[in-house]
Design a protein around this ligand. Structure first.
Ligand SMILES: C[S@@+](CC[C@H](N)C(=O)[O-])C[C@H]1O[C@@H](n2cnc3c(N)ncnc32)[C@H](O)[C@@H]1O
Length: 215
């Protein structure tokens, strides 16, 4: 189930929008939170809904190996053009309801940036992410408090237009995650404000695959 895979037209201008670009200052906030998880250097990390691979490029630059899942082949093609350090093998085109992106279900961490607002059934996606993780594996989800979604869109995409992180955190908990953090992503918002003033605030949800959960 791919809810809103980006079109060729959206891909072409994607990184020109300041809400999409990922400045170094934002990357540092992501890296700090991942570093605090104490993952091994050979950690297996997935970027879910990676788009053009901006986050993957930043994490790879910091030494973290990342595999990106992205439903839009247009976004992947644009990512390969914009980020020469990324290769075709860094992406899997298709994503979300495939049985397992790389076999084994043993990923250490799944990150996702600005994708939750595009999901029609976040409950199903969260269950899928849960299956892909090793026991005690982490999920790190970041999205914005967007104001541009219409009432009709908010009916279809339950996490579009949310005003705090509660609903997303509850859906993640229902999928079997222990919630470690769910709030405005203060350090990232501060970092972005310094370089992209006037932008939309982001929230962060950090969850851990509960050992007691089924699945
Ligand atoms: C706003 S972009 C974010 C891209 C990237 N994560 C970033 O931070 O630049 C949303 C992305 O989610 C993808 N997408 C849409 N529906 C999806 C789904 N059900 N599962 C995974 N990705 C999805 C779109 O194709 C698009 O690339």
């Amino acid at each position: 189930m791919v809810d809103q895979a980006y079109t060729a037209e959206q891909a072409l201008t994607y990184e020109e929008d300041t809400e999409h670009t990922l400045p170094r200052e934002e990357a540092e906030a992501w890296i700090a939170i991942i570093h605090a998880m104490g993952l091994p250097t050979e950690a297996r990390i997935v970027d879910y809904g990676a788009g053009t691979g901006t986050l993957m490029a930043a994490l790879k630059g910091a030494g973290y190996p990342v595999l990106s899942l992205e439903p839009s082949n247009h976004m992947v093609a644009e990512g390969l053009r914009l980020h020469p350090e990324l290769g075709v093998n860094d992406f899997i085109v298709g994503t979300d309801m495939s049985p397992d992106p790389q076999g084994g279900g043993g990923f250490d961490l799944i990150v996702s940036r600005q994708v939750l607002c595009h999901l029609k059934r976040p409950d199903l996606v969260f269950k899928q992410l849960h299956q892909w993780l090793r026991p005690n594996g982490w999920v790190l989800l970041v999205d914005g408090f967007w104001t541009g979604f219409s009432a009709d869109q908010k009916q279809v995409f339950p996490l579009a237009g949310i005003k705090d992180a509660t609903l997303a955190a509850e859906a993640l908990a229902a999928a079997g995650f222990d919630i470690a953090r769910a709030e405005a992503f203060h350090e990232l918002n501060q970092a972005r404000a310094a370089v992209c003033p006037g932008g939309v605030s982001r929230y962060v949800i950090v969850g851990r695959k509960s050992l007691s959960a089924l699945g």
